[in-house]
Design a protein around this ligand. Structure first.
Ligand code: NAD
Length: 512
């Protein structure tokens, strides 16, 4: 969690391992021009200071963009397979550093070690995948309509790219953006979430150790409200990639549009999991618990709505609640813990406020709903896993993204009714169906309004080589992961080579 208290603490070391972390601009660790800093505490124990980071401003952003612009002139000319080799080396180094970085991440954002190891692994997977892309980056070579003429389309880098990232996947999400961007020949300025800059520093430090040249990757830490405008409005930034809330997406999207910048928005979700009467109930319970309470419900793909057919509704709800009550809450560094804290006090307040909203709307609180603050929980932002039953799909708790451990169970009549409930929402990121009936599975795959559909698995668990993103208010049509990322970080150039030695006019010199 980030505390917006300005300290005038002296900048001590230059290494990222010290508690004070500087910005990384043009290959140097530098303090913010203003000298202001902010503190980050462990959300499971706020007495644990994770780091002191630079509270940057416009001048820091300008310096980082200038460095990235200078570096682009050379980096774009490095052959893509060579660029990709550096990324491959970084993957190997991340494997060695995985445990250390996972522990850093658990301290800075609270999710349990199993999950933070997975977060680092996602960066490793992305690095291997993108390293392979350096030898592909395919474009079409196609016949010309004219004789003695050659036609092809090649991918070109965009230039300086700006990345703005959230706190819930503090290494995986920066890796989805930075790695394809640099393999494609771009240079980057990243502003990590103020609650979790350390994991981004760890990623960039590794890429630098692997050989990424100075200026290609730059980090400016601080608050989006202050850094967003100078980053997005700068004329030398050609592309902006944001993962964050739909509200911030609206600001970023409209700002980028004014100067025709490429803009990729990965935003909120309110993801449904449908359980039909014929489902393997045990499997659906496992999936619903993992999807609902993994990362303390703080995933854009979290299973926040479980839509259950009436024949199994009672049994499912009863067993789901019994199992939710047994989840062990605590500090994620303890290997026996199932669920960590909320990221910060504001998020915890939001979660508790939604409990009140659910109650006042008439939903049945089946378990949880309280803050945990005694004993071992005293210094953290903990709450109980919370389940509402008999939820009406129109209630606010079933429509709005809570981003916490609050799950709504909604009864439905049949698959068609379930899909109607699932789709009647502004978001469209992930979705899931539990059934043994292949016909119904295919209908759901076709009809659910979402960028991702899982069959017999919960709404979380994306793999890096497939497109990741959503429809409606979840984004603006771009995809991260897989080839979609290469599409975003390159621009097409069509090239015609006429070797006929005479003027040939397309569409006119047809010879008929
Ligand atoms: P957030 O929108 O509050 O912040 C995201 C980033 O935007 C942060 O770095 C923040 O500093 C920055 N920001 C804030 N105000 C800004 C402004 N005015 N201009 C520019 N940047 C600004 O989101 P969060 O709380 O960090 O993350 C949670 C949200 O992210 C949830 O809505 C979640 O669904 C979404 N998310 C989406 C995906 C996805 O891929 N679709 C993945 C993870 C998280």
């Amino acid at each position: 969690m980030a505390t917006d208290t300005v300290t005038s603490a002296p900048i001590l070391g230059s290494a990222t391992r010290s508690k004070i972390l500087k910005n990384f601009i043009d290959g140097e660790w530098v303090e913010s021009v203003s000298g202001e800093t902010f503190e980050n505490q462990n959300p499971a124990d706020t007495r644990d200071l994770v780091g002191i980071f630079q509270k940057s401003g416009k001048q820091d952003i300008d310096a980082a963009i200038e460095a990235a612009k200078r570096a682009f002139a050379k980096w774009r000319l490095v052959p893509a397979p060579r660029r990709a080799e550096i990324v491959y080396r970084a993957a190997e180094m991340l494997i060695e550093r995985k445990e250390e970085y996972a522990r850093d991440m658990t301290r800075e954002m609270g999710k349990i070690l199993k999950e933070t190891r997975g977060d680092v692994q996602e960066a490793i997977d992305t690095a291997y995948y993108m390293a392979g892309e350096g030898r592909r980056m395919f474009g079409p070579t196609t016949p010309s309509e004219l004789p003695n003429k050659f036609a092809m389309a090649i991918r070109q880098p965009l230039g300086v790219c700006a990345m703005i990232t959230p706190w819930n996947f503090p290494m995986a999400i920066p890796s989805w953006k930075l790695l394809p961007a640099i393999v494609c020949g771009n240079t980057c300025v990243i502003k990590p979430a103020q609650d979790t800059p350390l994991s981004t520093f760890n990623l960039v430090r590794t890429l630098t150790d692997a050989g990424v040249p100075r200026g290609v990757l730059n980090i400016v830490s601080g608050f989006g409200s202050r850094l967003g405008a100078p980053l997005m409005e700068h004329p030398d930034v050609r592309a902006i990639s944001l993962t964050g809330s739909t509200d911030v997406g609206r600001i970023v999207g409209t700002t980028a549009a004014k100067s025709f910048k490429h803009c990729s928005l990965e935003l909120g979700g309110k993801n449904p999991m449908i359980v039909l009467d014929d489902a393997n109930l045990e499997l659906a319970l496992d999936g619903g618990l993992w999807g609902g309470f993994g990362t303390t419900g703080q995933r854009c793909t979290a299973t926040s709505r479980i839509i259950v057919q009436k024949g199994v509704y009672g049994e499912f709800a009863h067993r789901y609640v019994e199992r939710a009550k047994t989840l062990k809450i605590g500090n994620g560094l303890d290997e026996s813990v199932d669920m960590g804290p909320a990221i910060n006090e504001a998020q915890l307040k939001t979660d508790l406020n939604y409990v009140e909203i659910g109650r006042s709307e008439g939903a049945k609180l089946l378990c949880g709903g309280h803050r945990l603050e005694q004993g071992e929980f005293k210094y953290g932002w903990f709450m109980e896993p919370t389940v509402f039953g008999d939820v009406d799909p129109k209630m606010r708790i079933a429509q709005e993204e809570i981003f916490g451990p609050v799950v709504s169970i909604i009864p439905c009549d049949n698959l068609e009714h379930a899909i109607q409930i699932a789709n009647d929402i502004e978001y469209g990121l992930s979705s899931a169906l539990y059934t043994k009936d292949v016909n119904r599975a295919f209908k759901a795959m076709r009809d659910l309004h979402a960028g991702i559909t899982y069959i017999n698995a919960p709404t979380i668990g994306a793999e890096v080589h497939l497109p990741f993103g959503g429809v409606k208010a979840t984004g603006n049509g771009h995809r991260e992961g897989g080839i979609g990322a290469i599409d975003f970080y390159t621009e097409w150039k069509s090239v015609y080579v006429d070797y006929s030695d005479k003027l040939q006019k397309a569409q006119i010199d047809r010879g008929d």
